[in-house]
Design a protein. Structure first.
Length: 73
């Protein structure tokens, strides 16, 4: 049931792939704009880290919490 006249496109992107590419570009822009170091305090631990890394770790922890706590059917 394929159309013999139509050639398959090798570089066809679907919506999810386009969104993923856009998010990667936004993440790179975000990282390049937030290279400054910030002071991080966690209980008795004091350290300095790039802002983008602190936010990335926070995002990862939030993702893990959401993954653990999601309801399974």
């Amino acid at each position: 049931m394929t159309d013999p006249q139509r050639k398959p496109s090798r570089f066809a992107l679907n919506v999810k792939q386009i969104m993923a590419i856009a998010l990667v570009i936004l993440a790179l822009v975000f990282i390049l704009q937030n290279l400054t170091y910030v002071r991080v305090e966690f209980f008795l631990i004091h350290s300095a880290a790039p802002l983008w890394l602190v936010l990335l770790v926070t995002l990862a922890v939030g993702y893990v919490i959401g993954w653990i706590s999601k309801r399974r059917d």
